[in-house]
Design a protein around this ligand. Structure first.
Ligand code: 13P
Length: 250
């Protein structure tokens, strides 16, 4: 039995005041979510405040990215140890925005995943195809390649210690959600591919769906056999909407 997980990726959004209000709202409603794990991933600079507010609650928090380096002259970067120092449990790696806008390659993403694991963070590995890749029928080749790079780096045992998020790029921030069947098809593909290396790991690893998940479509998506929760962008910025999604995963 895989514990459902709903993670909010705030991306580059929120002020101190907005974060405080959002966190109070999420905390207030989190009591009604006993089965599913709730995680928020604020921008780095808001993590200390969020950590203080969430300490002792059932809601966990994480980073949206990390450096592969442990410390030193890497201006603008944040290390795994720094995230841990502020109580982060999770860290997102390989988000499509990092891949597309900041040139993160499969190899770099795999290295970040490995560094997160070694430090004791739980990496949330994002994979997903572009619209043109879906339309040209290469979705499985792309997602398989993204996944294989990480398996090659950390082994199948490393996959067991993380979380996977399938986020079709064409569904991110577009309001165009994958249908439950479209998402399920790729989630099942991911699990089958992992099962070739280790059936137990494939069965146990959580695979989240991300891409225009809202309160109104979450329950239908989460009812699919291989969808274990969601990675939520825009809809994670409003407490009631995010909680509706969390309850759907519960
Ligand atoms: P939206 O929910 O805004 O489509 O974003 C999804 C996402 O990229 C989460 O990481």
């Amino acid at each position: 039995m895989r514990q459902p997980l709903v993670a909010g990726n705030w991306k580059m959004n929120g002020s101190k005041a907005e974060a405080a209000e959002l966190i109070e709202g999420i905390k207030a409603g989190s009591g009604a979510v006993s089965m599913a794990e709730i995680v928020v991933c604020p921008p780095y600079i808001l993590i200390p405040g969020v950590a203080d507010s969430l300490a002792g609650s059932s809601v966990a928090w994480g980073g949206q990215n990390l450096s592969t380096e442990p410390k030193g002259a890497f201006t603008g970067e944040i290390s795994a140890a720094m995230l841990l120092d502020f109580g982060c449990k999770y860290v997102i790696v390989g988000h499509s925005e990092r891949r597309a806008l900041y040139g993160e390659t499969d190899e770099l993403v795999a290295e970040k995943y490995a560094v997160a694991l070694e430090a004791g963070l739980v990496p949330i590995l994002c994979v997903g195809e572009l619209l043109e890749e879906r339309e040209s029928g290469t979705t499985e080749a792309v997602v398989g390649r993204q996944l294989d790079a990480v398996v090659a780096r950390v082994g199948i045992a490393g996959i067991a210690r993380g979380v996977i998020a399938y986020e079709p790029v064409w569904a991110i921030g577009t309001g165009k959600t994958a249908t439950p069947d479209q998402a399920q098809e790729v989630h099942a593909f991911i699990r089958e591919r992992l099962a070739k290396a280790d059936a137990g790991v494939a069965e146990g690893v959580r695979i989240l769906y991300g891409g225009s998940v809202k309160g109104a479509n979450a329950a239908e998506l989460f009812s699919m056999a291989d969808i274990d929760g969601g990675l939520i962008g825009g809809a994670s910025l409003a407490a009631e909407e995010f909680l509706t999604i969390c309850r759907a995963a519960n």
